[in-house]
Ligand binder design. Structure first.
Ligand code: UDX
Ligand code: ADP
Length: 465
């Protein structure tokens, strides 16, 4: 029986950081070391004030404070941590390729391969290697190939253990997951490795919620879960446009269909479009894989989820332009929210980035307020698109830490993230300081429309006429 006493996790990001923190909390007998090449990131994880850790997640800083220094460590000494561990998790980023074959669709596995080679190079003892990052199906075989051809004499078992946590609720999701999925080989060694990981989760997860499958099923299930969730959002968003043309109200439609127990109420909230590091990337992966096997219809089917999402973001920006007498040139537009959802400082693929980009092409002047996102992140996100010179992004976009300042003298306000605090603002004060007509575009159907209209605002929500 393999008993795990030391874990190393490569990658101290949104997945590795919170996941390992919870494993360390729940398994005080296991030493957990999270390593990353990024020195600044590791320094932030080690900041004496746990409010300064690099990932904002409700409840995370408290758990870090409890476990850090006891059995949870953050370090840049990657080789040492790999070498001493019995189990190595790979939690590095796997962005969509920005070059070469599969550009814009396939996952860039450069970092995964580097990790596998590093594990192969430094290991002096047998190890279980766990894929935590979302990966295209059959990545495990590439990792295995690299590890088994090292000639070091060490034996490696590869497991797939996809993460299903959602940002903003990561700690809750990790504490009480709907299920934990572990994929591995059906050989004796494979089964033993799976059992070692099952034993770790069994410290707090009921055994019946820990599912074991073959490795490919596990890899594909992660892509499929995200594709299904994103598909629900695109389905409801596509109908939001129809609601806007008719007398139907998308919130009422969502409620009506969500009460059917076969459909269920979750992930039916119309919005300016889904974002986050997973949905788009995973669907693009699915599409790419399907195409690479010649499954054109399957690929086209899933691609449509992305097409609707892009359409929704563009539609939202166009509505702002249309309502602004078809020009936003030189007009101040206030953005409330930049993160891809509330309760996170993550902005990857956030709808806000694409709406801003579209409005900047029309020469709008945007002022952004987000309670958790830094100015440098906003500029970084826009620069990454390479739509224009970095200086032009800084000329067109200002970032402020005061929401009232953001809205002062604005022609329009756009709600891009559903932060709770937006509901509690002094909307009369905001109205008094805006240009008239004062327009609010609520991309999250968050605000009390009747109250805003009574103040004098013109309000445009998603999915209502
Ligand atoms: C997702 C999956 O939920 C999670 O299981 C997986 O591990 C990673 O990807 P995450 O991206 O963190 O998690 O957030 P999620 O809550 O799924 O939201 C994704 C996007 O969809 C957000 O932009 C959110 O605002 C949007 N969304 C979600 C909607 O627009 N409407 C909804 O009803 C639900
Ligand atoms: P995720 O949301 O998947 O956690 P992040 O980008 O937040 O993605 O985190 C991934 C982390 O992995 C980054 O901090 C990056 O520096 C780190 N990383 C990537 N490659 C390596 C590597 N070979 N060794 C150590 N850390 C790595």
């Amino acid at each position: 029986m393999t008993k795990i006493t030391k874990i190393c996790c490569i990658g101290a990001g949104y997945v590795g950081g919170p996941t390992m923190t919870v494993i360390a909390k729940k398994c005080p007998h296991i030493k957990v070391t999270v390593v990353d090449l990024n020195e600044e990131r590791i320094a932030a994880w080690n900041d004496p004030d746990t409010n300064n850790i690099p990932v904002f997640e409700p409840g995370l800083s408290e758990v870090v404070a409890e476990a850090r220094g006891r059995n949870l460590f953050f370090s840049t000494a990657v080789d040492e941590a790999i070498d001493e561990a019995d189990m190595v998790f790979i939690s590095v980023n796997t962005p969509t390729k920005t070059y070469g074959a599969g550009i814009g669709q396939a996952a860039d596995l450069k970092w995964i391969e580097l990790c596998a080679r590093q594990i192969a190079r430094v290991s002096k003892t047998d190890k279980i290697v766990v894929e935590k990052s979302t990966l295209p199906v059959r990545t495990a075989s590439a990792i295995k190939d690299i590890l088994t051809h090292t000639g070091s004499g060490c034996k490696f078992q590869i497991l797939s253990n996809p993460e299903f946590l959602a940002e903003g609720t990561a700690i809750e999701d990790l504490n009480a997951p709907d299920r934990v999925l572990i994929g591995g080989d059906s050989t004796e060694e494979g089964k033993e490795a799976m059992q070692a990981l099952v034993d770790i989760y069994a410290n707090w997860v009921p055994r019946e919620r820990i599912l074991t499958t073959n490795i490919w099923s596990s890899e594909l299930s992660k892509l499929t879960a995200n594709a299904f969730l994103a598909q629900r959002v695109s389905s409801i968003n596509s109908l939001s446009e129809l609601c806007e043309k008719t007398e139907a109200d998308i919130s009422e439609v969502s409620r009506a269909i969500g009460t059917d127990s076969r459909i269920g109420p979750k992930f039916l909230k119309a919005s300016v479009g889904f974002g986050g590091s997973c949905f788009q990337k995973d669907i693009l992966n699915l599409v790419y894989i399907a195409r690479s096997y010649g499954l054109q219809e399957v690929a086209d089917y899933w691609e449509q989820v992305i097409i609707i999402n892009d359409h929704q973001k563009k539609r939202f920006a166009n509505e702002i332009i249309r309502t602004s007498y078809n020009t936003v040139n030189g007009k101040k537009i206030a953005f409330l929210g930049w993160a891809f959802k509330k309760d996170t400082n993550d902005t990857r693929e956030s709808a806000a980035i694409y709406v801003a980009d579209h409005l900047l092409f029309e020469q709008a002047k945007i002022t952004v307020y987000d309670p958790k996102v830094q100015e440098s992140q906003v500029y970084g996100d826009l620069d990454y698109l390479r739509s224009r010179d970095p200086q032009e992004n800084r000329f067109g976009v200002k970032v402020t830490s005061d929401p009232y300042e953001a809205c002062k003298d604005a022609h329009a306000i756009a709600i891009l993230t559903e932060w709770d605090e937006f509901k509690t603002y002094d909307w009369q004060r905001i109205y008094d300081n805006m240009l008239k007509p004062a327009n609010v575009f609520d991309g999250r159907n968050l605000l009390d429309v009747e109250k805003l209209k009574a103040i004098g605002f013109q309000v445009k929500s998603i999915g209502t006429a």
